[in-house]
Design a binder for this molecule. Structure first.
Ligand code: ADP
Ligand code: MG
Length: 345
């Protein structure tokens, strides 16, 4: 069931030349975690603010829980929208205890705010800390207080703007999983904004990707990674190689060598072979059909990334086992296990 629907939303700030958000439409289902990704300035925060009622769009309409909340000049005020929000810096009240921070959001909405606040703190695993103040908690714990404050009033939708960006890498993996668990336990629908593809891929049911205010694709993490709708999306989620090739009767011929493949029959002009570094496999064995010169190798511990160059100086990325020795400038052979084919022009 759809809980939130945005239809053809445009937003341009008064002094700005470009639209912050342009012609954006998407729907979010009940209980779903959707992440909104894109580079800095792509319009992520603006979209959240439009949903929360902190900004008004120039065009389009928004429906939340079956009710139109924005259309034309009309708009339901932010405090009447039943939207929960977690900000990047958590925005906890430093002079209020953890319990009072959570009770704050329940004012006028709950007969017994104390009971509800304690239940929610229990849910986020912080009930023992309810008398403490924000500064006495770790970053990850403060994050959970902010989450408790936002979900205690049972919002129709929870909006989180870069919720993990203030946490260091080790903590982040743990907090990310905890937050996902809490959201799934409560069944609340959530949209979270991030510029970190790892966060998005590992936490969301679906991901929406924005570029310069335009929605590029909205899909499951797997579909976005494996079937990106354009080159921008493909390269946002890791690198994707593009190798120019000529189809023959039984395969594709490129500067790196020949790949036998049935699909070549479907093409007449030049094509692009598309594959990610992990879809190729580097070998030392000269029987492999593809090869190039190793110009650089970068070590990452769990893998190494080889930069392999053709005769014209164009290079591709190939992922290799970290224990294999390769020498720069030597010839490296590789196979491409799986690849996409597109017309080149
Ligand atoms: P993101 O959250 O993806 O980094 P934003 O939604 O904050 O992107 O910004 C989208 C675009 O709108 C950017 O070009 C930004 O400079 C512009 N912008 C954001 N807020 C304002 C504002 N209050 N006034 C004018 N321009 C703004
Ligand atoms: Mg932002």
């Amino acid at each position: 069931m759809t809980i939130l629907a945005l239809h053809c939303i445009d937003k341009k700030y008064s002094e700005a030349e470009q639209y912050a958000v342009k012609d954006v439409s998407f729907e979010v289902n009940q209980g779903e975690i959707l992440s909104l990704v894109g580079e800095s300035g792509s319009g992520k925060t603006t979209l959240l603010r439009l949903i929360a009622g902190l900004e008004h769009p120039d065009a389009g309409h928004i429906k939340l829980g079956g009710q139109i909340i924005v259309e034309g000049k009309k708009s339901v005020p932010a405090n009447k929208r039943n939207v929960g929000m977690v900000f990047q810096d958590y925005a906890l009240f430093p002079h209020l205890s953890i319990l009072d921070n959570v009770k704050f959001g329940l004012k006028g909405k709950e007969n017994n705010p104390e009971k509800k606040a304690k239940e929610t703190l229990h849910l986020v695993g912080l009930i023992e800390n309810y008398q403490k103040y924000p500064h006495q908690l770790s970053g990850g714990q403060q994050q959970r207080v902010a989450l408790a404050r936002a979900i205690a009033p049972s919002p129709s939708i929870l909006l989180m703007d870069e919720p993990f960006s203030n946490l260091d890498a080790m903590l982040k993996d743990q907090v990310r999983e905890e937050v996902r668990q809490i959201i799934k336990t409560t069944g609340v629908t959530a949209i979270f904004v991030t510029h970190d593809t790892r966060d998005a891929l590992s936490t969301s049911d679906r991901i929406a990707i924005l570029h310069k205010g335009y929605l590029q694709q909205i899909d499951t993490p797997k579909a976005l990674y494996e079937k990106p709708s354009n080159g921008y999306v493909a390269n946002f989620f890791g690198r994707r190689n593009e190798v120019l090739a000529t189809p023959t009767n039984d395969g594709f011929y490129s500067n790196f060598g020949f790949i036998p493949d049935e699909r070549s029959k479907n093409f007449s002009g030049k094509v692009k072979l598309l594959f990610r570094p992990e879809q190729a496999q580097a070998k030392k064995n000269p029987l492999q059909p593809m090869s190039g010169r190793l110009v650089k190798r970068v070590y990452f511990g769990d893998h190494q990334l080889l930069h392999i160059c053709d005769d014209e100086g164009k290079f591709i990325y190939v992922r290799a086992n970290p224990y294999k020795e390769f020498t720069e400038q030597e010839r490296v052979f590789f196979t491409v296990k799986k690849f996409g084919v597109e017309e080149a022009f």
